[in-house]
Ligand binder design. Sequence first.
Ligand SMILES: *[C@@H]1O[C@H](CO)[C@@H](O)[C@H](O)[C@H]1NC(C)=O
Ligand SMILES: *[C@@H]1O[C@H](CO)[C@@H](O)[C@H](O)[C@H]1NC(C)=O
Ligand SMILES: *[C@@H]1O[C@H](CO)[C@@H](O)[C@H](O)[C@H]1NC(C)=O
Length: 314
Amino acid sequence: SPCRPNASLAAHPDFAAQPEHVRNFLLYRHCRAFPELRAPPAAKCAGPVFLLLAIKSSPANYERRDVVRRTWGRERLVQGAALRRLFLVGTAANPHEAAKVNRLLALEAREHGDILQWDFHDSFFNLTLKQVLFLEWLKAQCPNTSFLLNGDDDVFAHTDNMVTFLRDQDPERHLFVGHLIQGVGPIRAPWSKYFVPRLVTEAEQYPPYCGGGGFLLSRFTAQALQRAAPALDLLPIDDVFLGQCLQHQGLRPASHSGVHTAGLQAPSARLSSFDPCYYRELLLVHRFRPYEMLLMWDALNQPDLVCGHQTRVY
Ligand SMILES: *[C@@H]1O[C@H](CO)[C@@H](O)[C@H](O)[C@H]1NC(C)=O
Ligand SMILES: *[C@@H]1O[C@H](CO)[C@@H](O)[C@H](O)[C@H]1NC(C)=O
Ligand SMILES: *[C@@H]1O[C@H](CO)[C@@H](O)[C@H](O)[C@H]1NC(C)=O
């Protein structure tokens, strides 16, 4: 039976004045059980999986998934380590649109076996729910994965560099690295995408967290998050929620200088931020359009890529 909205909240004097997505979040905040609509075949987790790419994607983002599959998210062996790919998706809120994109996702699942979909509305404020459901799925279906990349479908992830970095790490020790954000608190301005009113949290400070565009974690830390999540109220900002889970477990996120989820400054006027030589050193950069991903991937994989003088893709 579907989870019922918490009607007692609607009686709060500040409730009616909240934006619709905030009201929706509050009414369904306690709902954590949603049916899986589509899951990958068991082969996804067979054999030792070194790095599982768990990519948050909205149902209609077909072009982004398509280019990720053909570029940095291609399932392959890197230095002998197995990479696997999974897109985490919900459903469209509009029933007509939902029926359409569900057919698309069924097709993609059949062709690529990389769709994990649940029956909840895929919205910005439901991303935490997506993370929590993914952690549960991981615990049940893929517990032996050594490392995870958790990120958005519009990042450029240098998965070869990630493997190089992760090979020196121990999956049985704490690891949670990305673009570290600390000393910030909820944004109380209603026009902001990140607006979180006091009705959602009274706290004025968020714990340290890594920007949700992309971060790496170990099996050890995934298990810690799995223990923490059920003990905490959902917060609508998913990366902050994972920071709260780490704090609950007495763990801290860390910064990796190769992760740029808040945009990227070109290192100098002479070196374009789209220079593939620059990207050779990086792990992840946020905000790539699909065609840019294809161009960058192609440039990085040119055997004759010569660095040291300026190279431009366009
Ligand atoms: C519904 O909201 C009230 C008021 O915030 C809260 O005390 C109660 O625990 C909530 N119920 C559920 C099922 O979460
Ligand atoms: C989250 O998903 C549930 C289930 O589909 C939905 O009822 C709720 O409105 C969604 N919340 C937001 C903030 O979109
Ligand atoms: C995970 O690894 C352990 C120990 O190596 C093994 O016993 C278990 O069967 C594996 N689980 C899965 C789901 O592969």
